[in-house]
Design a protein around this ligand. Structure first.
Ligand code: ZN
Length: 281
């Protein structure tokens, strides 16, 4: 059963505030230790009765350009960078209090979340626990995009993207729980977008909080706000999003997760398929 927690939590609480990418509204997130083995969950402290929204696959309500969770009327959006940071740091149980409907984007990466978690205390690594072994390959394809989970001797995430912009083009990144350092190799990679899509997305009521301060923006002639933190920073950021979306499983199966040109929608389809498989075990 997926949602049985392994019990690692934070030593003390920490708090960060900032603007949400899509809403443009400022919220404060307070992440607290949870010793009741409830996994990772959000609490909308600004709403009457402070509803709880579990960070589980079953709670996913929307995947347009970010992952949104809901429980009844209560929602929280753009949860993926914070959840990736908690999961990759080995924090299984956490109470995440938020006073609005979207997690702050901060600098567009997971760097500040990782630093805050490290500052209050990381209990253990996500790789130290007895794994749930994936025994059969799973493929989900949509056009030329796909996500896959393959039986593997280690837990690894590999991501490829391909854009008709020479500054991005075809690029890949691969990160293993066992060998890699998430804080250094993945967490600092920032959100990115395409200059020609910005107006269209803003007209659709999205990315109201996006700026050249919190997202890399690419045009046909190159990046509008260099320098990049890594030559393949966009592929690393997509990998970060995949880790955050699959963290909704509660724990990662031991598998090689492989994604190409995918999106939150495909990530969540893979998570749902894995959750169904785990329930059969
Ligand atoms: Zn992201």
């Amino acid at each position: 059963m997926l949602l049985i927690s392994m019990g690692n939590t934070l030593k003390t609480a920490f708090e960060l505030s900032g603007v949400g990418l899509h809403s443009g509204e400022t919220t404060t997130v307070k992440v607290l230790p949870d010793e009741s083995n409830q996994g990772r969950y959000f609490v909308r402290v600004d709403l009457p009765n402070q509803p709880i929204i579990p960070a589980t696959v079953q709670a996913v309500s929307q995947t347009t350009l970010s992952t949104e969770l809901a429980q009844g009327e209560a929602k929280v959006r753009t949860v993926e960078h914070l959840l990736a940071s908690l999961a990759a740091s080995g924090v299984d149980d956490a109470r995440i209090e938020i006073d609005g409907a979207e997690v702050p984007l901060l600098d567009g990466s997971a760097k500040l979340w990782l630093e805050a978690i490290a500052a209050v205390g990381i209990v253990s690594s996500v790789c130290d626990r007895s794994p749930w072994l994936l025994r059969q390959p799973i493929w989900i394809q949509e056009g030329d995009a796909f996500v896959a989970a393959l039986p593997s001797p280690e837990t690894r995430f590999t991501y490829g993207i391909d854009f008709p912009y020479s500054a991005i083009a075809n690029q890949w990144h691969s990160w293993s729980c066992q060998e890699g350092n998430f804080a250094q190799e993945v967490a600092p990679a920032r959100t990115f977008g395409l200059a020609e899509q910005i107006e269209h997305l803003q007209q659709a009521g999205l990315i109201r909080g996006g700026s050249l301060e919190n997202a890399l923006v690419c045009s046909k002639s190159g990046w509008l706000n260099p320098p990049l933190r890594f030559t393949n920073e966009p592929a690393r950021h997509k990998l970060l999003d995949l880790v955050g979306d699959l963290s909704l499983l509660g724990r990662f199966p031991q598998a090689h997760f492989l994604a190409y040109k995918a999106s939150h929608k495909l990530h969540i389809q893979l998570a749902r398929t894995l959750a169904d498989l785990d329930q059969l075990n």
